[in-house]
Design a protein around this ligand. Sequence first.
Ligand code: SF4
Ligand code: SF4
Length: 459
Amino acid sequence: MSPPIASHRVLPTLNQDGTRRWIRPRLYPGKTWRARRVVAWLLMVAFVALPWLELRGKPLILLDVVRREFTLFGTTFLATDGVLLMLLLLAIFVGVVLVTALVGRAWCGWACPQTVYLEFLYRPIERLFEGKREQQMELDKKGPNLRRYLKNGVFLLISVLLGNAFLAYFVGSKALVHWMTSSPSEHPQAFLAMAAVSALTFFDFAYFREQMCTVACPYARLQSVLLDPRSLIVGYDARRGEPRAKGKPRPGVGDCIDCNACVAACPTGIDIRHGLQLECVACAQCADACDSIMDKIKKPLGLIRYDAQQSLETGGQGRVLRPRVLIYTGILLALLIALVLVAATRGSAELTVLRGIGAPFELRDGLAQNQIRIKVQNRSRETQRYRIDLLDAADARLVAPENPLEVTAGAQRSTSVFVMVAPNRLSHGQRPVRFRITDQSGARVEAPYRLLGPEGGQP
Ligand code: SF4
Ligand code: SF4
């Protein structure tokens, strides 16, 4: 039985019968494409290099999800830096909203790793093995063949490298080098993670491709609320192009000669002449294609161009500074100022006090003994010796095997301490106290804790 055929418009990456429609864009190396290529090469170097570079002895970027430590440009944020992280995430969110309101999906077309790697690394390799658009489409009809196998072999190799480069953001360059230079049997879980990320990278760039932008990425879905008629988009000037007519330009018709070059160039398979669509990643490959046609037929360039929807429709100039842009800018500035202030007033150490493993307390010699884990994160740039004190409990005894506790710059250490207290000094089996650490400069950090003992105050 033949599959049902859709009678309405389907995704550009599908055929009407639901099978995959492979997009084989024709390359028009116009001025925008050449500028994007320069940006893309710089970004590719940056994407790979960032986790390997250090600032003040720390990685430029390390998102250690397992230990819940996030290092950005030499500053480490802990999970306990809730306010800072919240301000940072809000600033990033408002920044994205502001940039989108101003320049539309410029991020997608110019800087997103998906576009950068696909258009300027994988596709050039594909053209090297399989030739231009028409030759690639021929190969699609023929099915599996040697050239495609060889291309996929190279894709796999690159995907392993890129997958590992991506992993470095989360595990750090040192761990990655160790994993790569030692036997998988020494770290089977890490090896599995490396293999999975490499396989996903290969799947994405060899098979899934533009569907990441058109189906999976949530940013495209937000377009309709983030853009306004004055945002910069890639658009078709219908006032100039219509009524379109095939053949040579002639009086009474628009400048569009319906050559379909813009459609053939589009890496997401859409026709920009139908207006702004969710699938458009603002790469302007259609604009380069159309410019090359306009050049041939001796018409002004820019029938498809970066412009505001409002300008395309009216021919006027769009205002860049408008209320929503000013409001977003104000919010972003306020968030950035708050972020700097909170970061500047953040203590040079982080103190976490946790209950020890096992029973909450033990009774020894008539005293309730609490075992407590003291965790100290040294945020300063020097090794520090932290003196540990127990406050609000002069009648309790603190026993700390390592006091002061030495912690190297930027590192974190834990130590176990014991607090002995008479049960009759507790109220209903509890007593709030505070722990304090003091470094050599006298800077102090405190954290609350609750001592426990038998209920009723009797051993
Ligand atoms: S319509 Fe033009 S700008 Fe949009 S994705 Fe296609 S080629 Fe790129
Ligand atoms: S490339 Fe230009 S002239 Fe050709 S169909 Fe597209 S808009 Fe019309």
